[in-house]
Design a protein around this ligand. Sequence first.
Ligand SMILES: Cc1cc2nc3c(=O)[nH]c(=O)nc-3n(C[C@H](O)[C@H](O)[C@H](O)COP(=O)(O)O)c2cc1C
Length: 327
Amino acid sequence: MSRPLPSVFDQALASAVRAPSPHNTQPWRFVVEHEVIQVWLDRERVLTVADPHRREARLACGAAAFNLQICLRANGLAVVVRLPDPAEPDLVAVVRLDGNQKATPGERKLAEAVFRRHTNRRPLLDKEVPPAVRSALKSAALSEGGQIEYLDASGRYTPVASLVRQAEALQADDRAFREEAAFWTHREEGSPDGVPNTAAGPPPLGHGLVSLRASHENEDLPSREYEREPLLGALLTRDKGPHAEVRAGMAMQRVLLTATAEGLATSFLSQPFETPWTRDSLDRLFAGLGQPHTLLRIGYGYPTRLTSRRPVGEVATHRTGPDVPAR
Ligand SMILES: Cc1cc2nc3c(=O)[nH]c(=O)nc-3n(C[C@H](O)[C@H](O)[C@H](O)COP(=O)(O)O)c2cc1C
């Protein structure tokens, strides 16, 4: 007997959970009802020390909503995405089917990249990102209402790199930060959440301009030299607040998928967003340009392993669903 085709919503949910999230916490839940998928923020899975205002969790939920949307679009379905209503702050996005619309090759390329994108914490190759690729990432952010600001081009590289190092040092000195990071990292490969050692990078040999998270180092690997000055892009939106954070998550995910499709490796440097003093300093540095949400390290590298996710059945509730087979 042949197995039934997965419904297009099954495929969209499988895409959604491949979104990045801080320490792979996966702070989301989905409710499928008729032609709608709701994306809810799961407060039980928010980092209470690093992310008390649930800012990073909203970025992750925005990225999951983008994956839903791009998967449905690649299946030839038009979608409308509604962002949060202040009356229901944990309902971060509502994705609704809106008839049919032929997928573009660009949309199909991004939908395929969902299952290859991953955070690469290893040293990058000594190879510049060409101007055309830098522009493609900028356009990706713009088309979702965000903005990528390359730090080398803006004169902000040195002060931002210094804030990353200072925030990393503050967190290393803070027991609550250390305990929270220890809980979510150094997991076995195949762990349904958290960061496994296979996704951690080797300890750095010497000091680069920026510090990756020490909690994401794999002490079992021999130390390696990292690139001294990686390409860094700050992701900004014009506005601030919960709505802007979900929008930023969607823009971030389009940038990450575009980077994956272009053969780039990416990782995050979130430490300065997580301690109040460095976050205020970042806000001041970008005043006039927009609200900074995250900092991406971008370059070429060798692909590393994908990390696992909790099964879709654990995070999605089906009230009903359309009977459209996935293409
Ligand atoms: C808002 C946000 C902040 C993150 N910050 C960091 C970070 O500072 N350092 C890091 O190595 N990874 C960071 N990550 C990446 C997550 O750890 C990663 O997405 C998660 O472990 C799942 O792995 P994957 O991206 O390879 O699928 C961040 C992800 C998100 C969405």
